[in-house]
Design a protein around this ligand. Structure first.
Ligand SMILES: Cc1ncc(COP(=O)(O)OP(=O)(O)O)c(N)n1
Ligand SMILES: Cc1ncsc1CCOP(=O)(O)O
Length: 208
């Protein structure tokens, strides 16, 4: 059995009030290690309102609540951490904004160099991807599975795999040493609903 856990990233353009019961049902179908709130191109007060509504749903279930892109807002709103990528800020700047206590995740795409530097700058996990074509985010990057093998053989720091991951294609990522599988559509667009999506992903992780 591999030690790999599910990491949920929220779907785009969500209404937090309508989404909260879906999130609760998905987490109750767990285990889920973390939820990342990922809202793009919206004002700060929209992000803060979504945090107010959704953060307790995760934290009451002992699921870490991570904010995408905005370590500054994460720190002042009770989130457990923030996730940043190359277009947001570098890992050291994010660590400074978060302080010592909150978790920092850093997107490293398919770059070994970015990952090494993120680790040195105080990341709590590095993320590689996209591993497969994603309907949720356009990207030409295709991270090879060997990146996970290389990282996990060499480093203690946890590694997240993201991008087009489904119950049908995740086994090689689990076997290659991914500590977390981050998904959007495999859960939120599952034909039988998000709880079924969580159950299918966890069954596939267990079967890997
Ligand atoms: C867990 C995780 N990994 C990677 C990403 C992608 O982050 P980024 O490259 O900053 O792109 P956006 O998500 O901001 O579009 C992520 N969000 N989460
Ligand atoms: C945020 C992000 N970064 C790389 S791919 C991706 C989207 C992941 O969503 P999905 O699991 O639907 O491919």
């Amino acid at each position: 059995m591999y030690d790999c856990q599910l990491y949920l990233v929220t779907p785009p353009a969500l209404d937090p009030v309508a989404f909260a019961p879906d999130l609760a049902r998905a987490l109750d179908a767990g285990p889920v290690a973390a939820v990342q709130l990922r809202l793009k191109d919206v004002p700060d007060d929209t992000i803060l309102r979504a945090i107010d509504i959704l953060r307790p749903v995760a934290q009451e279930r002992d699921v870490a609540f991570i904010l995408n892109d905005r370590p500054d807002l994460a720190r002042r709103s009770g989130c457990d951490g923030a996730h940043v990528g190359g277009e947001d800020m570098d890992a050291a700047a994010a660590r400074t904004l978060l302080g010592d206590q909150l978790q920092l995740g850093v997107s490293c795409y398919d770059s070994r160099d970015l990952a090494m530097r993120a680790g040195e700058a105080g990341a709590d996990y590095v993320a590689f991807g996209a591993f497969f074509p994603s309907v949720s985010k356009e990207t030409d990057i295709r991270a090879p599975v060997e990146l996970l093998t290389w990282w996990s053989a060499m480093m203690e720091l946890p590694v997240v795999a993201i991008g087009g991951i489904t119950a049908d294609n995740c086994a090689p990522l689990v076997r290659a040493g991914a500590d977390f599988l981050a998904v959007i559509s495999a859960v939120w667009s599952h034909p039988e609903g998000p709880a079924a999506g969580v159950r299918a992903m966890n069954a596939a992780i267990d079967a890997a």
